[in-house]
Design a protein around this ligand. Sequence first.
Ligand code: ZN
Length: 244
Amino acid sequence: MRALVVSDVHANITALDAVLDASREYGFDQVWCAGDIVGYGPDPHEIIERLRALGARCVAGNHDLAACGLMSVDEFNPVAADAARWTAALLTHDERDWLGGLPAVTAPSEHATMAHGSLRAPAWEYLLSPEQAEAQFALQETPLSIVGHSHLPFHVRESGDSAYPLFVPAADGATVPLDTRTILNPGSVGQPRDGDARASFMLYDDVAATATWRRVSYDIAAVQQRILAAGLPPYLAHRLALGR
Ligand code: ZN
């Protein structure tokens, strides 16, 4: 089984379609999405339609919960809050029900558990430190766990000794063997924040027991135009070109 693993698509259909096109070259049987399907971007209808058509296994991110009224935007920064309100006003009842029905944590296969932020605080925690990785491993009942939320592609292998778990950034083409317990972040499709503006995604192969990260360029200018035309905060258009 091969899974295309994506996260933080953030209502950017141009980026998601570029990822799907690039992934067909490698082949995949399933699509897994680690949350933040909507928010920030201009295409919430298209993203939800595409993921549902693919039968994607998804968890809810904080932006998904905010967009369907299950989380307050009080804790969001003003730009994110504006985008969440814009998205909420646009969603149909059916889309809101679908988003609102997504689990916080799910196991898309017997080998992997997926949550948006972390297993102990699925909607909120940015898993970025060795201490947090140890807490994740303590709760992780499958060999692999998949998170998003930070928009940073990386993997953390559980260390067998007393050394702290090491966060390894995953560049385009990086492949890791999955021969020990591992935390994986595919990076962000729709709003990368590691200084590389290209959409980030991961291909998981449970037979070869590998994860491979890829980046693909997409038409950023077209998405920027839709963001501005929608009346979303201009900063959301600007940052796409920076990968920040
Ligand atoms: Zn996000």
